[in-house]
Design a protein around this ligand. Structure first.
Ligand SMILES: Nc1ncnc2c1ncn2[C@@H]1O[C@H](COP(=O)(O)OP(=O)(O)OP(=O)(O)O)[C@@H](O)[C@H]1O
Ligand SMILES: [Mg+2]
Length: 262
């Protein structure tokens, strides 16, 4: 099996609004793949369907070879997710957060210990493992969420805006962690970002999504016309107009978390 992700005319409608519109996409195993697009383009909706949190309206998709509608539990075992909104338990230590996550996934105590150690080392938080998360900075929390996403050794990791609101140093630190786990653990990474420089630095290929459709897909260097930056490509393809968002992303994600935990 060559593809980590295969979608075939995948569609999600919210009433009249088509958030993801007959989207067909293939992502090879081992890629770091970026989804770029204006607010409301459908990125989180697409990821939520691939993570089995949202049911598609029509179309099909496979994640690591498993069908997102017919084989949901296999899909879930094969993926890690870092949501757009933080979801750590502040009153616990970093180690406890990972241990509980491992237990939810049915890992044995020995496996939990080994995985927590290795994923904390990947994001360089091992020496802070016994601190309460409420004493962590924003960047450390984000790295811890990535470590948690790695706990059950997923084949595919989804990162929805992994570096939003972080300073340049911390963003680069996270880029290094993402590259390292992609290289060392052979994890396929699908990330969304509004930082075009991030996609440029990190992703082998990107898809620019607008109004639920892919308007361009390829290596950043191939999408650029002579002298253009990736941001200029993005604006050329998606225009200058500001998107009015109908729903709050945060509320949407809360509803999805509830669906996932059901
Ligand atoms: N539960 C929902 N009910 C109704 N409309 C929704 C719902 N969730 C999302 N939408 C709408 O679907 C569209 C796509 O939203 P989505 O959150 O997938 O976009 P996004 O690309 O992730 O945007 P952002 O960059 O702001 O995170 C938007 O117009 C949004 O308002
Ligand atoms: Mg989003």
């Amino acid at each position: 099996m060559k593809y980590a992700i295969e979608t075939d005319k995948l569609t999600k409608k919210y009433g009249e609004l088509t958030a993801v519109d007959a989207l067909s996409l293939r992502i090879r195993r081992g890629e770091i793949f970026g989804l770029l697009g204006p607010n409301g383009a459908g990125k989180t909706t697409l990821i939520s369907m691939l993570c089995t949190i949202l049911e598609p309206t029509s179309g099909k998709a496979k994640v690591n070879g498993f069908d997102i509608s017919a084989e949901q539990s296999s899909v879930r075992k094969n993926i890690g997710i870092v949501f757009q909104d933080p979801s750590l338990d502040d009153e616990l230590t970093a180690w406890e957060n990972l241990d509980i996550h491992g237990a939810l996934y049915g890992l044995s105590p020995q496996d939990r210990k080994a995985r927590a150690e290795s994923s904390l080392k990947t994001v360089e938080l091992y020496d802070k493992k016994d601190e309460l998360v409420k004493h962590y900075s924003g960047g450390m929390k984000r790295r811890l969420e990535i470590a948690r996403g790695l706990m059950h050794a997923p084949a595919v990791l989804f990162l929805d805006e992994p570096t939003i609101g972080l300073d340049p140093q911390t963003r680069r630190h996270i880029w290094d962690s993402v590259k390292k786990m992609n290289r060392e653990k052979k994890v396929t990474v699908i990330l969304t970002t509004h930082y075009i420089d991030e996609a440029d630095a990190l992703c082998g290929r990107v898809a620019i999504v607008d109004r639920g459709k892919i308007v361009a897909c390829g290596a950043p260097s191939k999408l650029k016309k002579k002298g253009e930056s990736l941001e200029e490509v993005f604006l050329r393809l998606t225009g200058n107009e500001i998107r009015e968002e109908k729903g709050s992303s945060t509320q949407t994600m809360r509803a999805r978390m509830r669906a996932w935990n059901k």
